[in-house]
Design a protein. Structure first.
Length: 329
């Protein structure tokens, strides 16, 4: 709070043109620093086990935010009466409605989503487990073929490219992999339509938050961009949930960024002091000039004006005389 008030004091004391220049230099720096303090809330960045799945749940909703009226997302959907559950189930409310967001363009009416945290990998066993989930979901109905297999989609989401799993489904199941765009692959050749999303390959332009849900972000560009983007949505619970996990997962780089911000503010401290002095000096000159002109118009003598300037601005006689001589018309 004290730093914020000091910053405002500096800006208010400077001429408008100079103030804007200084403001552009340090605004983002100070903003990021206070966002750090707000998010951290004094807690250790690496306390407790990270809960990646709730964070992905929030990210999934953020990514599909503009089309949530078309779908229903269920976390940990139970399959039948046995204790089996999918990570997420995304159901189109109107099965024929097109989802325009890139991660949902291959969605079917019913979509089983398997998410792997950044340190986890998508294995061959994971493939068959999720495939079994799809079979159970199709069969757990009152009528035969109530849900056609081609209405059930499978979406795998992971951070690491699953080389062994993809090689296996190509060699043993005759499936093919088609790259749709950066980070999104269609797995073709099975009754169940499938897609694979590699989070770190996604672009920040299209999938900023899903791409950022990692534990290998770097200080500087990535962390700084993350904080600046979060500031636009920091009051919304979905973004808060995601940001909390991302910062905790990248606490070392966050600390580096935080220290860089503090060091830069210390580096700018001297520039601020010089700027303040220049601003005050410029303001004082404008004030003296205005006073001299007004008193001159009131027909005071040069000596009387000098006395007034000395008293008003606490100047020596020599300094006051120099100003009066400069601005006397």
């Amino acid at each position: 709070m004290a730093l914020s008030l000091l910053y405002k004091k500096y800006l208010n004391s400077l001429p408008r043109q100079f103030c804007h220049r200084i403001h552009r230099i340090v605004y983002n720096l100070i903003l990021r620093y206070f966002i750090f303090l707000t998010i951290m809330k004094g807690e250790s960045m690496h306390d407790g086990k990270l809960q990646w799945h709730p964070a992905f749940s929030a990210v999934l909703r953020i990514e599909l935010l503009d089309e949530l009226d078309k779908i229903k997302i269920e976390d940990e959907h139970l399959l039948g009466k046995k204790p089996l559950q999918t990570d997420f189930l995304v159901v189109k409310l109107d099965g024929k409605q097109k989802i325009h967001k890139n991660i949902g363009q291959l969605f079917q009416k019913y979509n089983i989503v398997e998410y792997k945290s950044p340190d986890d990998s998508l294995s061959i066993n994971d493939f068959y487990k999720v495939y079994a989930y799809a079979c159970l979901y199709q069969s757990d109905t009152e009528k035969v073929m109530e849900i056609p297999p081609d209405e059930i989609g499978i979406t795998f989401v992971c951070n690491h490219y699953p080389v062994k799993m993809l090689k296996h489904i190509q060699n043993t199941r005759g499936m093919t992999i088609k790259k749709c765009e950066q980070g999104i692959y269609e797995l073709k050749g099975d009754p169940f339509p499938m897609q694979l999303i590699i989070t770190h390959e996604l672009t920040k332009e299209k999938n900023f938050w899903m791409q950022s849900l990692r534990n290998d972000l770097k200080s500087g560009g990535e962390i700084r961009n993350l904080i600046e983007t979060y500031d636009k949505n920091k009051t919304q619970p979905l973004y808060q949930a995601v940001m909390d996990v991302i910062l905790r997962a990248n606490y070392k780089e966050v600390e580096v960024e935080k220290n860089m911000c503090q060091a830069l503010m210390e580096l700018f401290a001297e520039d601020f002091e010089v700027a303040e002095k220049k601003g005050l000096e410029k303001g004082k000159r404008k004030g003296i000039k205005a006073l001299v002109e007004v008193l001159h118009d009131l027909q005071l003598t040069q000596k009387e004006v000098t006395e007034k300037v000395m008293s008003k601005f606490e100047l020596s006689r020599t300094e006051a005389e120099n100003f009066v001589n400069t601005y006397w018309k």
